[in-house]
Design a protein around this ligand. Structure first.
Ligand code: DGL
Length: 268
């Protein structure tokens, strides 16, 4: 029998790069006493324009290391693309480990849109996936989703290239068509890639203050807390949780991004 996983074990979080820090920020806010290991697979990014087999193999490799070698108590796949193509395989291979994924916030968007027109910005891989098609079908009702793959945007954000990020945001927001609160206009934008949360200022400027912008950090953090409670693996205070950063690419770049985007105690 394997040892039961202790509540003191860390939570593993991974993404193709820095995008998952937007999820980690919400996780650390909701679960301040937990230790986290954050893995950025920068050496193999971006995922969004790669084959499903490639992303699935990377996700399995990272999950194996975190679950079998680093002893995490729960895994958060902080990447829409990896969730879309790999989460089923991860859950089948490690049924003993609770696994939380992220998916574009179509349901809350459909529930809150008054014009029933919602723009969805995501990677090509997410939008082409079977899981995304099923998610769309599962939302009954009159909402029309306007899908926009954003090639190159995650990479521009990863490179902290603000000029390229702004250019690409402009191109993709304009491609969606008219935004606003009048009939026929898109009144809600879904950020369906965890990187895009770091371009929120650009999206707000381009879409205008009346357009609602949805991302997924907080619902993922709530779901994580719920699963930990159910598994009796929730850690309570008083100690503040520690953060360990790991990267298959350049670690100082990840450390600088974490410094910039996370609040709270610095990472090890
Ligand atoms: N941040 C990832 C996502 O949420 C993937 C970005 C990429 O590597 O293309 O989809």
């Amino acid at each position: 029998m394997p040892e039961p996983v202790s509540a003191d074990a860390p939570i593993g979080v991974f993404d193709s790069g820095i995008g998952g820090l937007s999820i980690l920020r919400a996780l650390r806010h909701t679960l301040p006493h937990e230790d986290f290991i954050y893995v950025a697979d920068t050496g193999h990014a971006p995922y969004g324009e790669r084959s499903e087999d490639f992303v699935q193999a990377r996700a399995e490799h990272i999950a194996q290391d975190l679950i079998e070698h680093q002893g995490i108590k729960l895994l958060v796949v902080a990447c829409n693309t990896a969730t879309a193509v790999a989460i089923q395989a991860l859950r089948a291979r490690w049924p003993q480990c609770p696994i939380v994924g992220v998916e574009p916030a179509l349901k809350p968007a459909a529930a809150s849109s008054h014009t029933h027109r919602v723009g969805v910005l995501a990677t090509r891989g997410t939008l082409a996936s079977e899981k995304f098609a099923q998610l769309q079908v599962s939302i009954a009702g009159a909402t029309e989703f306007v899908l926009q793959p954003c090639d190159g945007l995650a990479a521009a954000i990863e490179d902290a290239d603000s000029a390229r990020t702004t250019d690409l945001c402009e191109r993709y927001v304009h491609a969606l068509g008219p935004l606003g609160t009048q009939a026929g206009q898109i009144d809600t934008l879904v950020l369906g890639c965890t990187h895009y949360a770091f371009a929120t200022d650009d999206f707000v400027r381009l879409a205008g203050p009346q357009v609602r912008i949805l991302e997924t950090g907080e619902p993922v953090a709530r779901r994580t807390r719920q699963l930990l409670q159910e598994a009796q693996r929730l850690r309570s205070g008083p100690q503040a949780g520690r953060l360990t950063l790991q990267s298959s690419g350049d670690l100082p770049t990840l450390q600088a991004a974490a410094q910039r985007w996370l609040d709270g105690p610095p990472a090890a």
